[in-house]
Design a protein around this ligand. Structure first.
Ligand SMILES: C[S@@+](CC[C@H](N)C(=O)[O-])C[C@H]1O[C@@H](n2cnc3c(N)ncnc32)[C@H](O)[C@@H]1O
Ligand code: SF4
Length: 364
């Protein structure tokens, strides 16, 4: 029987209540917007995509931001219902939403669940009051903790984001936060090293990130600590209990098809054997097999399991060994930075700390 190809759908909500000084995600402050008009535009875009991608089955929907917990639950339900009307869905579809504790109200999580969300990702960022303040978060530690307790009681699948390697942070303090985050029974944890992005308040103020050596030490400690607590590292910044890896994000890292709805959202789709990068609302740019192969390498090596070589060939049409610089590949394997099995190519633990360089070498 013909099995329709799976697709993931990203819904971008670019509005936030306030701007965090470290964040360079495309966002606007939520004042006087008309949600209903924006949701109608999103529904129109989904319908257009249905016309060019009729034979698909939706495996995940991700409401990301910005702060999508600002979308009225009724509007979230409208979007989910429309997706379900337009395409068949997989039996275990993942429908995630990123929530900021600063949008919390008493029934928020239950309302989101009633609207159709089945995985909640909470932006906690820090588990002490001083660092929440430093990061410009406008919610208290008490509210973050309340949200953590609520999401684990309302949802079966949940995740939290924290930012570490903050300036002046010491490993012992970070470990205390890790100990706390492990007490909530979350299925998934995303831990990002603070990066000072251009054109942010932090960059303008000259805030410096932690020095490289200290950040690496924290990363290594984090990896071991979380493994001992049942969370294994499956992607550079992502840890999960077995079976609770983010289906949606795995689509990006494994080169699956996805569409992006909302300003600054983008997608990747394969149509009649050709690859396209999409930009909202409806710009399609064709990618060469080499361009697609390079993306597969960059994204795939972020996974601890690495790149499945058969999938690589199936997606971009090129044999991985024909595409990469074979001499460099052998050198990186001999240096203990990359490893290869008959099915996969992956970065070793030490290689994981040098991913950008590995990709540059392989594509040279
Ligand atoms: C687009 S944000 C969405 C979360 C939600 N808006 C919130 O702030 O609660 C996704 C995640 O990226 C991470 N992030 C954003 N900027 C970062 C930076 N400069 N350095 C490290 N992590 C960052 C944060 O952990 C954040 O939760
Ligand atoms: S971290 Fe989240 S809430 Fe803060 S500005 Fe970025 S998207 Fe908005």
């Amino acid at each position: 029987m013909h099995q329709p190809q799976e697709i993931a759908i990203y819904i971008h909500w670019p509005f936030c209540k306030s701007k965090c000084p470290y964040c360079d995600f495309y966002k606007k402050i939520d004042c006087n917007i008309n949600q209903d008009i924006i949701i109608t535009e999103y529904i129109d875009a989904l319908r257009r995509y249905r016309q060019i991608l009729p034979e698909r089955i939706v495996k995940s929907v991700f409401f990301g931001g910005g702060t999508p917990s600002l979308i009225k639950p009724n509007n979230i339900a409208i979007v989910i219902d429309e997706i379900v009307r337009l395409w068949p869905i997989t039996e275990n579809i993942e429908i995630s939403l990123e929530a900021n504790p600063n949008t919390h109200y008493q029934t928020m999580f239950q309302d989101l669940k009633n609207a159709g969300i089945n995985r909640l990702s909470l932006g906690v960022q820090a588990l002490n009051e001083a660092d929440l303040h430093f990061l410009g978060r406008t919610h208290s530690l008490a509210t973050a903790r309340l949200c953590l307790r609520e999401i684990t009681s309302v949802f079966d699948n949940h995740s939290a984001d924290l930012i570490y390697a903050r300036p002046h942070q010491i490993t012992a303090d970070w470990k205390n936060e890790l100990e706390e985050i492990c007490t909530y029974g979350l299925k998934h944890i995303s831990l990002y090293q603070l990066t000072i992005e251009e054109n942010t308040v932090f960059a303008r103020k000259g805030v410096k990130s932690l020095d490289e050596e200290a950040a690496v030490q924290m990363y290594e400690m984090t990896r071991d600590f979380l493994a001992a607590n049942g969370y294994y590292l499956y992607e550079v910044s992502n840890f999960a209990q077995k079976g609770y890896e983010s289906k949606h994000n795995l689509t990006y890292w494994q080169g699956g098809d996805y569409i992006g709805i909302g300003p600054s959202a983008h997608g990747r789709i394969c149509l009649n054997g050709a690859h396209y990068a999409t930009e909202y609302p409806f710009i399609h740019t064709q990618l060469s097999p080499q361009e697609r192969a390079e993306e597969l390498l960059i994204m795939g090596l972020r996974l601890t399991n690495g790149i499945n070589k058969a999938d690589f060939k199936k997606i971009c049409g090129l044999d991985m060994h024909d595409f990469v610089n074979e001499q460099k590949l052998n050198f990186l394997k001999e240096s203990g930075l990359l490893a290869e099995t008959p099915t996969h190519l992956f970065a070793t633990r030490s290689g994981f700390l040098l991913l950008n360089q590995l990709v540059l070498e392989l594509c040279s």
